[in-house]
Design a binder for this molecule. Structure first.
Ligand code: ADP
Ligand code: ASP
Ligand code: MG
Length: 440
């Protein structure tokens, strides 16, 4: 039995939590391979080491020198080692790191140092081998994970009783350090699990599992005991950021289950994420709710749009020309909407896009809704239970919220509704109350 355990920033925040990490790992001999994140926040107003490292990069850009932010990073690691009470020369390692930053002063290299230092210190604490992701996690020239990673990692892990791999980064085709997107240590954990042929990928964090909705919106939401890979993908992509939305791909191919566990309450059961074949449908309608703010919806209407060959193609060509991707494309017989992350439309891009679309396809009507929040209601049970959409829209209407857009995924696994940003929290609470009862 092999378990790969990923410990997130909250689990690595200080000496007390890293000791817990060691206790968890020592409690089960199957927990042979660890992936660690950079230390996260120790308290509400604290700054994550990764954020301090991005600040370090900015300071270096402006002054040409490492400044106050890097000093804070060094202080975090000095305190961590002293709280752990291990005899390890952290000063020398920080000194080398400083030198290496001047040698490779890129944003990704600097950002990766939190995971690197955390990995070295954890390996030291556990008496385990440290495996540097730079040597083993590789990206192709177009930024995708290079499959050679699996070979390199499995060779590196072979025969090791215990090893610690640094999360979040790897090396690009030219050998330079490249990071995944934020929260990417979850992906490293999944990649290591696959390379190790693990029986289970344990993802240790600061909540006792996947919750039915964001705990920052609804107080103590219901805990989900199991969900399928597809449900996880939908929920995490739509904002349930307890797990990176791309972390299912490596484990799904190998049918390795993921278990989300709480470092601070290891006795709690957690949430299992399983292939749909092993998923027990418990009769529930909705598995979870997630959402994100700040989208723009471009709506267009044209009589006989559906019979006009190449209409969609021409609109898409405008987006492609501007290098813009869209999130959703709900359409009717004579209508079509593009839902786009508002970040992509800044600096006059939206206006230019609308102008070009008008010129190319001459819609009868065109409207733009800005500041839209998307809310995804997800669950395999939705297609089995009659009347789910009626309940959903009734709940939203009763909360006095106007629905700006609806998109039912073709997988019948989700319904996405768009509402004004200002109604986001209210809508999530109302939908939660409808499907999960009154625990608000
Ligand atoms: P880590 O540092 O362990 O990677 P993250 O901060 O990335 O942890 O993810 C855990 C956090 O995700 C939780 O503290 C919680 O606030 C947030 N979160 C958002 N949506 C959900 C959800 N549906 N279920 C559980 N946690 C959620
Ligand atoms: N430390 C990185 C971040 O803050 C990666 C991670 O925590 O997964 O995004
Ligand atoms: Mg995370």
């Amino acid at each position: 039995m092999i378990k790969v355990c990923k410990f997130g920033g909250t689990s690595m925040a200080d000496g007390i939590s890293v000791r817990r990490v060691a206790d968890i790992v020592n409690a089960d001999p199957a927990r042979r391979f660890l992936v660690v994140s950079a230390p996260g926040k120790r308290f509400g107003q604290d700054t994550k080491v990764t954020d301090l490292l991005y600040e370090t990069y900015e300071e270096l850009q402006v002054t040409g020198k490492l400044g106050a932010a890097f000093t804070k990073v060094c202080d975090r690691f000095r305190s961590l080692v002293s709280e752990l009470g291990i005899s390890f020369d952290i000063g020398a390692l920080l000194h080398d790191t400083e030198r290496e930053i001047y040698g490779e002063p890129t944003k990704d290299f600097i950002a990766s140092r939190g995971e690197y230092l955390a990995g070295v210190v954890t390996a030291e604490l556990l008496g385990a081998e440290f495996i540097n992701a730079r040597e083993t996690v590789k990206f192709t020239a177009d930024g995708k994970l290079d499959p050679v990673t699996y070979e390199l990692l499995s060779v590196a892990l072979q025969g090791k009783k215990r090893a610690v791999v640094s999360g979040f980064y790897g090396a690009d085709a030219s050998g330079k350090v490249k990071t995944f997107s934020r929260g990417g240590s979850d992906i490293t954990g999944a990649v290591v699990a696959r390379a190790a042929g693990a029986d289970l990928y344990e993802n240790w964090t600061d909540v006792s599992g996947f919750l039915a909705c964001d705990p920052r919106i609804v107080d103590s939401p219901a805990q989900i005991s199991a969900l399928s890979y597809q449900e996880l993908r939908e929920l995490s992509y739509m904002g349930a950021n307890v797990l990176h939305s791309e972390s299912i791909f490596p484990v799904r191919e190998a049918n390795i289950p993921i278990r989300i566990k709480n470092t601070f309450r290891p006795e709690d059961e957690g949430t299992d994420i399983l292939p749909v074949s092993k998923y027990k449908f418990g009769g529930k309608t909705v598995t979870g709710i997630a959402g994100k703010k700040n989208f723009t919806v471009i709506f267009m209407e044209k009589s006989l749009m559906n019979s006009e060959i190449g209409f969609t193609y021409r609109v898409l060509s405008v987006l492609t020309k501007h290098g813009i991707s869209f999130e959703h494309l709900p359409s009717g017989i004579d209508t079509m909407s593009f839902v786009i992350d508002s970040e992509e439309l800044k600096g006059g891009v939206l206006e230019q896009l609308c102008e070009e679309i008008k010129e190319l396809v001459a819609p009868d009507r065109m409207r733009v809704h800005k500041d839209i929040a998307l809310i995804a209601v997800v669950g395999h049970g939705m297609s089995r239970n009659v009347g789910t959409s009626a309940r959903l829209f009734q709940a939203i209407a009763s909360a006095g919220v106007n629905v700006r857009m609806i998109d039912q995924g073709s997988s019948e696994l989700n319904i996405i509704v768009g509402v004004d940003n200002e109604n986001y929290e209210r809508t999530v609470s109302a939908v939660y109350r409808e499907f999960f009862g009154f625990k608000i």
